[in-house]
Design a binder for this molecule. Structure first.
Ligand code: IMP
Ligand code: MG
Length: 181
């Protein structure tokens, strides 16, 4: 697995520091919130980030998850998004924080934000570990961002290529011959 990585972009220690900083910002911003804070993780890519993030948040949060799939080839997404798993709970009047691994074209998040806003949450914010601004096709406001990254295919810390590499503890660039072969 490690041999397929061209270069490490964020080490385990760097990720830990980024996640801790995001958790502290979220904790401070929602410290006085009276309504429940719902952390909505987008499966499966965000799961590793999510489990670390929630443990760096010091206020009570409730868990919920969604699965969205965007059609396309293995390393880029196309325009249409399908909801494979919806939330278990009603978010009306609740504070929602969507937790996503990476915003690429923005298509998936644009769709999810649109359908969740229709359910009248008290507030809705987006926390993304990574963003590739050069790839954006639709505008997405990211309230809490770990880091911007260039247009390279990344794996690890939840990010996959064909469902592999999610359990790498760091984030790295996948060797292009892996997905070209
Ligand atoms: P978008 O709809 O184009 O913004 O796609 C977002 C989704 O594509 C993310 O949630 C990831 O699952 C996936 N994705 C985008 N870039 C990468 C990458 O570099 N590595 C792995 N998955 C990625
Ligand atoms: Mg994803």
């Amino acid at each position: 697995m490690h041999d397929d990585i061209e270069r490490i972009v964020f080490t385990e220690e760097e990720l830990k520091a980024k996640v801790k900083a995001l958790g502290e910002r979220i904790s401070a911003d929602y410290r006085d919130a009276k309504e429940t804070v719902f952390c909505v993780g987008i499966l499966k890519g965000a799961v590793v980030f999510y489990t670390d993030l929630v443990r760096s948040i010091s206020i009570p949060v409730q868990f919920d998850f969604m699965i969205a799939s965007s059609y396309g080839n293995a390393t880029s997404t196309s325009g249409s998004v399908k909801l494979l798993k919806d939330l278990d709970y009603d978010i009306e009047g609740k504070h929602v924080i969507i937790v996503e691994d990476i915003i690429d074209s923005g298509t998936t998040m644009h769709y999810l934000l649109r359908i969740l806003k229709e359910r009248k949450p008290k507030s809705i914010k987006l926390c993304a570990l990574l963003s590739k601004p050069s790839r954006r096709a639709v505008d997405v406001d990211i309230d809490y961002l770990g880091a911007e990254v260039p247009d390279e295919f990344l794996v690890g810390y939840g990010l996959d290529y064909a469902e592999v590499y999610r359990n790498l503890p760091y984030i790295g660039v996948l060797k292009p011959d892996i997905y070209r072969s």
